[in-house]
Design a protein around this ligand. Structure first.
Ligand code: CP3
Length: 347
């Protein structure tokens, strides 16, 4: 046996070359939420578990769900099957995934005592070993076929869940806290940030080739608050993880594109409201842009999907990773997803 370490064959993969901003033969393609209910084989696997959390905490099952879209759709990257809400849980705020409703936190953060009581940093991330195990199992099973994306929620989005206890129409509890007690808000964001850094370092150690930060509720904040309560924490996370390329997907944050252009990430994800040229003019020439087809396009006839995808590719030009502008909706016809992927791949 040779002592030479195994070459990480995936560093030369199209997706990683594109994410580093290198010139590539075609844009790589994957879909946010590709590991999930669009696939019949996911639904079959999911049926073996009493609930979503039990599924997420079983590394072999999570690995299988991660690889299913690679097998079925031929996407250029796998994203680890998990959820952004595992972080608040690790910090001490338990959640339930209520069938066809969504996540619910029975207990929420209401004041300083609650914030003080939360675990953070390595102390919290240590309980996420099951995600690291899922990454290890997946990485081994992928055997270099495609790179493996790790992820976490952005601090503001996790903060929002911790205060709201679930999704919200107005996010007024979370936004109110930013006005009512900015110091306490920063304390909580700080705790989420140190936890996220420890968690993502663990993901890199377990084999993640690229990391994506999901700031799903970015568009709920006024620009000044996004700059004060979101951008600095995102930047800290990016700076703390120099080993791999990073993608920041801040949904609805068209007003923050200049800030995202200066962030220590290689890729900026765009939602479908943001025209590619508008984004390019604001983030500058260096960043790779990811996105941003309206997920509803995939309900259309194949010709319509093909045309819309080609038009999107034309609008982005080089330095582009093809994706939707948000996660694929669970009831999207698989044929629509296939048409999108194959069109980008020139098939
Ligand atoms: O394929 C992938 O992208 C990997 C897996 C993944 C899931 N959630 C699995 C999941 C990823 C990257 C996420 C991220 C996530 N989770 C986000 C950020 C992305 C976004 O959509 O803005 C957010 C906001 C969440 C929180 C969350 N998790 C909600 C609101 C819900 C319920 C709504 C829904 O889609 O059902 C979940 C549940 C969830 N996370 C499911 C999956 C496959 C469905 C549950 C199931 O299969 O039983």
């Amino acid at each position: 046996m040779s002592d030479t370490p195994l070459k990480n064959i995936s560093t030369d993969h199209l997706f990683l070359r594109a994410a580093r901003g290198e010139q590539v033969e075609r844009p790589p393609v994957w879909l946010m939420r590709q590991a999930g209910r669009i696939l019949p084989q996911y639904r079959a696997l999911r049926a073996n578990f009493p609930d979503f959390k039990a599924f997420v905490k079983t590394p072999e099952a999570a690995a299988e769900a991660t690889i299913q879209p690679v097998d079925e759709l031929g996407v250029d990257a796998a994203i680890i099957f998990s959820d952004i809400l595992v972080v608040p849980e690790a910090m001490g705020l338990d959640y339930k995934m209520v069938e066809s409703v969504g996540p619910r936190f029975p207990t929420v953060i209401t004041g300083a005592t609650d914030v003080k009581g939360l675990r953070s940093g390595q102390d919290a991330a240590a309980s996420l070993e099951y995600v690291f195990n899922a990454l290890r199992v997946t990485k081994k099973a992928l055997n270099g076929r495609v790179p493996l994306i790790g992820f976490a929620g952005a601090p503001w989005t996790i903060f929002a869940y911790m205060l709201e206890g679930g999704g919200s129409k107005t996010f007024s509890k979370a936004r109110r806290m930013l006005y009512a007690d900015p110091a306490l808000s920063h304390q909580l964001l700080e705790k989420i940030t140190t936890t996220t850094i420890a968690y993502l370092k663990g993901q890199i150690a377990a084999g993640a080739d690229l990391l994506q930060l999901f700031d799903s509720w970015a568009g709920e904040l006024p620009p000044a608050h996004y700059r004060e309560f979101a951008v600095p924490y995102l930047q800290r996370i990016c700076e703390a993880l120099p080993e791999v390329p990073k993608t920041v997907f801040a949904k609805g944050a068209w007003f923050a594109l200049e800030d995202l252009g200066e962030m220590s990430c290689q890729v900026v994800g765009l939602d479908w409201n943001t025209p590619p040229a508008f984004a390019r003019a604001r983030v500058g020439a260096d960043k790779v842009l990811q996105g941003n087809l309206d997920p509803c396009t995939l309900y259309a006839q194949p010709e319509v999907i093909r045309e819309a995808t080609l038009e999107m590719l034309r609008q982005f030009g080089p330095k582009h990773i093809a994706n939707l502008g948000h996660g694929v909706y669970p009831d999207t016809p698989l044929e629509g997803v296939r048409t999108f992927v194959n069109t980008v791949k020139g098939l």
